[in-house]
Design a protein around this ligand. Structure first.
Ligand code: DX5
Ligand code: ZN
Length: 222
């Protein structure tokens, strides 16, 4: 399916050889690189920050970098990741004092803006967010770690969010899913309305990344 966007989640890669992992993922045909930023406050893990993204950006990665902020102060990270060359920033609404303002700051920095919703978060979208929203990242695991199992109820949440976006004449907003995506879960999420898939372990855990990318794309047959 050509309308599938695959974004390789870096925290599932070998950090000893991050650049090589990115090159392999790009050669394998992914559409983007997903950078999970964790501050050990909002989620029980600590990952990478703008400095790493900046060094990746200097090597002119051939695909866009989408940054997933799992931090208690998202506004502080927007400018540094814009400078690092990120194309999109998503953040969790509950971490922002003013979601509309955070979205606006991301857009003013020249990037696409999105919100990330945890498996138990409300699906209610504040009308003030919609004019600035490019992506909704639906978490299909509880954030903090790669290699977790897909939470099945996410499929109903995806369908409900798709319906909500259509009802709000906001079907242009990219519906993305993040966590436990593999050849079994991807087609189910596609069926429920997702078109942007963050893949970590299912990609970087493969011996043949190109074959795995093809299998992921080929898993949607309809
Ligand atoms: C979890 C992260 C996800 C995760 C994806 O907090 O946001 O991006 O690393 O990895 P897999 O595909 O292994 O669940
Ligand atoms: Zn993520």
């Amino acid at each position: 399916m050509s309308d599938i966007q695959l974004s390789a989640s870096l925290i599932a890669a070998d950090f000893y050889a991050l650049g090589e992992a990115i090159e392999k993922a790009c050669e394998a045909g992914v559409d983007g690189i997903h950078i999970d930023v964790m501050d050990h406050h909002f989620v029980p893990n600590l990952s990478i920050g703008p400095m790493v993204a900046e060094s990746l950006g200097k090597h002119h990665i051939p695909v866009p970098m989408d940054v997933h902020l799992m931090v208690t102060d998202p506004d502080a990270y927007i400018e540094p990741f814009a400078k690092a060359g990120a194309s999109c920033v998503t953040f969790h609404p509950k971490t922002s004092a003013n979601v509309q303002q955070t979205l606006e700051i991301i857009k003013r920095a020249g990037m696409q803006a999105g919100i990330a919703l945890n498996p138990d978060d409300s699906l209610t979208l504040d009308p003030s967010w919609l004019p600035h929203l490019d992506m909704i990242l639906m978490m299909s695991v509880h954030p903090g770690f790669c290699g977790q199992l897909f939470i099945p109820k996410t499929l109903d949440r995806l369908s409900a969010m798709k319906a909500e976006l259509n009802a709000r004449s906001a079907s242009h907003v990219c519906l993305a899913i993040d966590g436990g995506i593999n050849v079994e879960t991807l087609p189910k999420a596609y069926e429920a309305g997702a078109r942007f898939f963050v893949v970590g372990s299912a990609l970087f855990g493969a011996d043949d990344l190109e074959a795995r990318v093809s299998a992921l794309r080929g898993s949607v047959t309809s």
